[in-house]
Design a protein around this ligand. Structure first.
Ligand code: ADP
Length: 477
């Protein structure tokens, strides 16, 4: 089966969050199972020099008002790529979602290029059976397939985060190369706007999201306005949990760590702790429970609940390290907390991949108090690296962490800690449970081992996606 992935991020070339990680691992896991998966990505300046260009797959004289575009063939390690080369839209410094003035047109261009490959194929005659788009930037892809001519590949849309929807004024319909009859509730219209994600969710053959619990939540109160549509399409919607890329996230061979370790050599984890404390400006305290958070600072991530507990943590003798960037208010509040508690609270405002790896290898506890969490990766990385995740019971966090209770401790299934209510008080109560277990090193080690032993491999999820593709009826030419 031939499959084309389409997305705005691909680690290590461009990543703003979990999407980039998943895009790097999932198609390769499917290729390992024999599927012919290729990937379409825009050429950002950060990646222009990374690849040898192998040829031209298609030339488009004009695309979405951004001038001429080409689709180039290239090869990332273990993953054939198509690169959408359209300098006016993509060849600029900054992040993938900067430049609001042409945000809609440039991701429409990406979606259109995908649909073009799906309908016409590349210059060598490779044509995908299935187009698989990820998140709102690719939401118009099923629309271009549905409203276009020629053969129709199957289409799949995956929701990695339903809070980002890509809503734009109705007046842009023509700019986005959409026909007038697309602007209905059955098409791209959403409350008199054009909504990219809604279009994809309405028109794709199959829908997925990244955990079974999130799949339920987005059909109920957590759908950010799309719950009705999703409930209506529930027969076509599946929740498939993300995995961990063990080539990138593996403490036994992680080049970012001072000391590499595994289940058989847990003591080798220890040297990473003073190394991380030093880098962060924390006291090299070998006794204090070390809490860490590695997160975008976004209200949905619930880091304000951590802010509510800074003094509680410090007065309990714990240390706190936060790596994050995003909401300026939250950034300022964490900076102030670090100033109030020098050596006990440390904050790195920014994005640092290596430091994130070091945090997971050093922390005792990784905080993930999200209000909503489609899947979440940091609680998985925490478990793989021997830190215990403390998570709120929502979305993928509920599906991937077994909270410590007398029962789960007794039957050795606990892998972390869980709380329910999104309040500072509830997190504080969970922190007390963490501190109580921390005083029992044997019990702590048991939970740590169980987490490190859990299989978060990509093979199972990759098979689930391949089964899903196989369930799409062929539409022929
Ligand atoms: P989301 O996709 O909502 O941001 P995930 O938990 O799925 O959340 O993925 C977050 C990814 O981004 C993880 O790989 C995490 O390590 C990384 N990350 C988040 N913030 C930072 C940061 N400040 N520095 C380095 N990596 C970060």
């Amino acid at each position: 089966m031939r499959i084309l992935f389409v997305a705005s991020e691909l680690f290590p070339y461009v990543k703003t969050g979990g999407l980039g990680d998943v895009m790097a691992a999932l198609p390769r896991a499917m290729r390992a199972l024999g599927a012919d998966v290729r990937f379409l990505l825009p050429v950002y300046p950060s990646i222009r020099s990374e690849f040898k260009i192998l040829g031209e797959a298609a030339a488009l004289p004009e695309l979405m008002g951004g001038g001429p575009a080409r689709i180039l063939r290239a090869e990332a390690p273990g993953l054939p790529l198509y690169l959408l080369d359209q300098p006016a839209f993509f060849d600029r410094p900054g992040g993938p979602y900067d430049y609001p003035e042409d945000l809609a047109r440039r991701f429409a261009a990406l979606a259109w290029a995908a649909a073009h490959l799906g309908r016409v194929g590349d210059a060598d005659g490779w044509r995908p059976d299935v187009l698989h788009g990820h998140d709102w930037p690719t939401g118009l892809m099923p629309a271009y397939v549905a409203y276009g001519d020629g053969p129709r590949p199957g289409t799949v849309m995956t929701i990695h985060n339903i809070a980002f929807q890509g809503r734009f004024p109705a007046a842009m319909l023509g700019d986005l190369w959409l026909p007038r009859h697309a602007f209905t509730p059955e098409g791209v219209e959403f409350h008199r706007d054009i909504c990219f994600l809604k279009a994809g969710l309405k028109l794709a053959d199959r829908l997925t999201t990244v955990s079974p619990t999130y799949a339920r939540e987005i059909q109920q109160a957590g759908g950010h306005g799309l719950e009705g549509l999703l409930a209506h399409r529930s027969g076509s919607l599946r929740g498939i949990i993300n995995g961990v890329d063990r080539d990138v996230w593996n403490p036994a061979k992680d080049p970012n760590l001072l000391s590499r370790y595994d289940l058989k050599h847990p003591a080798r984890r220890w040297p990473n702790r003073p190394d991380f404390q030093r880098r962060m400006g924390l006291q090299e305290d070998s006794e204090a429970p070390l809490f860490a958070a590695v997160s975008r600072l976004d209200p949905l991530k619930g880091l304000d609940l951590v802010l509510d507990n800074v003094d509680h943590l410090v007065s309990s003798g714990a240390q706190l390290a936060v790596l994050g960037t995003g909401d300026p208010h939250a950034e300022g509040a964490f900076r102030q907390a670090a100033q109030r508690h020098p050596g006990r609270v440390a904050v790195f405002i920014g994005y640092d991949e290596a430091l994130a790896h070091r945090a997971f290898s050093a922390a005792d506890v990784v905080l993930v108090p999200s209000r909503q969490e489609p899947c979440g990766l940091t609680q998985l990385y925490a478990q793989v690296y021997g830190a215990l995740p403390l998570v709120r019971r929502t979305g993928g966090l509920a599906d991937t962490v077994v909270g410590a209770t007398p029962n789960t401790l007794a039957d050795d299934t606990a892998t972390g800690f869980m709380f329910d209510t999104a309040s500072g008080w509830a997190l504080g109560e969970a922190i007390n449970r963490v501190l109580a277990l921390f005083r029992d090193p044997a019990a702590w080690r048991q939970v740590q081992r169980r987490g490190m032993m859990t299989d978060f491999g990509w093979e199972g999820p990759a098979r689930a996606y391949l089964d899903l593709y196989a369930s799409i009826p062929s539409k022929g030419a």
